[in-house]
Design a protein around this ligand. Structure first.
Ligand code: FES
Length: 330
């Protein structure tokens, strides 16, 4: 079973600070885009239409499921799914739900038409693959990467069923844009999602795509027949699996911090040093990586370039064997 997890775009999970001298690995340079339009397709959701800041430029082609890194004020970095029409090279669209006290979503919601922001990518952490048919499941703002997938499948005349859940219709953007066989199920009308009903009738050859809160993903995954291609994108880091307690030392002469079996090194380090840089918390953006001075790491991140893997450690997901001490250059 294939599961690719990343932080959901449009959700406010994190506080990212770019570390001086420690750039995020990025194969494509940063471009400046202008906010052409700000819309509110649902309660608490801002949709931005982004166009090249320089007239006549086009934006790189993208595929459903891809995201962009958005560089906001103060160097705050967030990843958001592209949610517009992939065939439109003149503009990108992202949609972001406002989260109380959320730094990134607050900055996005503060943008006005005519403002400029930095953009990197697109990058792909939620690949849309060919299949005979699809089951798409979206929870709330998780609709953002699912919408272009549904549109593409519909355009290619590939059979697809879409289940869209959320708190209430008013909070669920884009429900009216979904073509084909669609079940819109707001909790306040239909009750909580029933994962068994969602996967009922799955036939061989169906690929399942889920984007939403972790409990929805795990419930659908648990009821999906073994061997079914399963792709998911979550709002928050995956729980630690098969973890053992180890230690990190913050600098050659720095404090030694014990990391419990069920917590990431990043979460513990943030308690000790609240300014610790991070962004995706799922091992794909590279923001949290630190030079590994000594110790044997269990690397669980996805390489994205930069230094050789063995020389860096991504504390958001990577770990070490029980009792090991990793010395990090902080
Ligand atoms: S926060 Fe993105 S790789 Fe660790």
């Amino acid at each position: 079973m294939l599961a690719l997890e990343r932080v959901a775009r449009g959700i406010e999970p994190l506080t990212a600070r770019l570390r001086p001298g420690h750039p995020i690995p990025e194969p494509e340079g940063e471009r400046t885009v202008r906010v052409e339009r700000v819309e509110h397709p649902a309660e608490g959701v801002a949709q931005l239409t982004l166009v090249p800041a320089r007239p006549g430029e086009t934006l790189p082609a993208w595929q459903p499921g891809q995201h962009v890194d958005v560089v906001l004020g103060g160097g705050v970095l967030r990843q958001y799914s592209l949610t517009g029409d992939p065939s439109d090279r003149s503009a990108y669209r992202i949609a972001v739900r406002r989260i109380p006290d959320g730094v990134g979503s607050g900055l996005v919601h503060g943008l006005r038409e005519g403002d400029t922001i930095g953009l990197r990518g697109p990058r792909n952490a939620f690949p849309f693959t060919r299949a005979e048919r699809y089951l798409f499941v979206a929870g709330g703002i998780g609709i953002t990467p699912i919408l272009p997938m549904v549109l593409s499948a519909h355009r290619a005349a590939v059979p697809a069923r879409t289940v869209y859940t959320g708190r209430s219709r008013a909070t669920m953007p884009f429900a009216d844009l979904l073509p084909g066989e669609v079940s819109v199920r707001p909790d306040d009308e239909c009750g909580p999602p029933d994962p068994a009903a969602i996967v009922e009738g799955l036939t061989p050859g169906t690929a399942v795509y889920v984007c939403g809160p972790s409990p929805l993903i795990e419930a659908v995954r648990a009821r999906t027949p073994e061997g079914t291609p399963f792709f998911s994108e979550r709002f928050a880091p995956a729980p630690v699996v098969d973890g053992e307690p180890f230690e990190v030392q913050l600098g050659e002469d720095g404090p030694v911090v014990p990391i419990p079996a069920d917590e990431s090194a990043l979460e513990v380090m943030r308690r000790v040093r609240p300014a610790t840089a991070y962004s995706c918390r799922q091992g794909f953006c590279g923001t949290c990586r630190l030079t590994l001075l000594s110790g044997e790491a269990d690397h669980r991140d996805r390489p994205t370039g930069g230094s050789p893997r063995g020389e860096e450690f991504a504390p958001c997901v990577s770990r070490a064997a029980g009792g090991e001490r990793l010395v990090l250059d902080v």
